[in-house]
Design a binder for this molecule. Structure first.
Ligand SMILES: [Ca+2]
Length: 249
């Protein structure tokens, strides 16, 4: 019985991962507007990209720089193999995922404060987070996500919704979205769309790029940035269930 349940769980996980890979194959990555393309090349130059599956040996030896509530994290620029790497949003996710991690999700003010401190103390100019706007296949016919710029954002790592962008999030003492940007308007502002018709679909934390302190910005996903990875319970469970050698992480 236990074996059957385990097999069922593994099958469900495979299905979920396959579904996630299909749903997010259309995801592209981006950073600050100052690096915006000026041509009409509006989509990724790397078509047909998918989410990566975890690599058990990398999961077992993943970098553990700091942790929050039992989840290990690392800043890519502090890992020797990744120190000089700046990558687009999907590449950042996939690098994390090979370690059984994903881009960091900032669900609470306490966790957001921790990540803001890491950025401040290490003088990091910007990072990618797991935040993305739900505007790909599977996000249509969802009145709860409309209008998208207010209600359509979510943490791709956990598929958890992000609270309305124009209000103080419940349980927070400040709105993490910047109140300014390229258009001198509150974020998200989809500003790059006016320049080259590239949508700002990914969530980056920028460090005072617009003299606005450390704050959230919607940015075009093709921009290349360092990133913070966080343990993915889902991927760790998947690897533990499918690879008896890696039971304990
Ligand atoms: Ca923006």
């Amino acid at each position: 019985m236990i074996l059957m349940c385990l097999l069922h769980a593994v099958q469900m996980m495979r299905f979920t991962l396959a579904l996630a890979a299909i749903c997010l194959a259309v995801s592209y990555a981006e950073p600050a507007i100052s690096q915006a393309r000026t041509t009409a090349t509006t989509t990724s130059t790397k078509p047909g990209r998918f989410l990566s599956l975890p690599v058990p040996a990398k999961c077992a030896s993943r970098p553990k720089e700091f942790s929050y509530r039992g989840k290990n994290m690392f800043l890519s620029s502090h890992v020797p193999a990744l120190a000089t790497k700046k990558v687009d949003w999907l590449d950042a996710r996939n690098i994390c995922r090979e370690y059984c991690m994903d881009l960091v999700a900032l669900e609470t003010q306490e966790k957001n404060n921790l990540i803001f401190r890491v950025i401040q103390q290490n003088d990091v100019p910007y990072i990618w987070t797991a935040g993305r706007i739900c505007d790909f296949n599977g996000c249509e016919n969802r009145p709860d996500l409309e209008p998208k710029h207010l209600y359509g954002w979510f943490w791709s790592a956990t598929r958890e919704k992000i609270q309305a962008t124009n209000r103080l999030p419940q349980g927070w003492g400040y709105n993490p979205w910047s109140q300014t940007g390229h258009k001198k308007r509150p974020q998200p502002d989809n500003a790059e769309y006016d320049i080259n018709q590239t949508k700002e679909q990914c969530l980056s934390v920028l460090n005072n790029v617009y003299n606005d302190g450390i704050a959230w910005h919607d940015v075009a996903c093709y921009h290349e940035k360092p990133f913070i990875c966080e343990d993915s319970d889902e991927l760790l469970r998947y690897v533990a269930a499918t690879n008896p050698v890696y039971k304990n992480f």
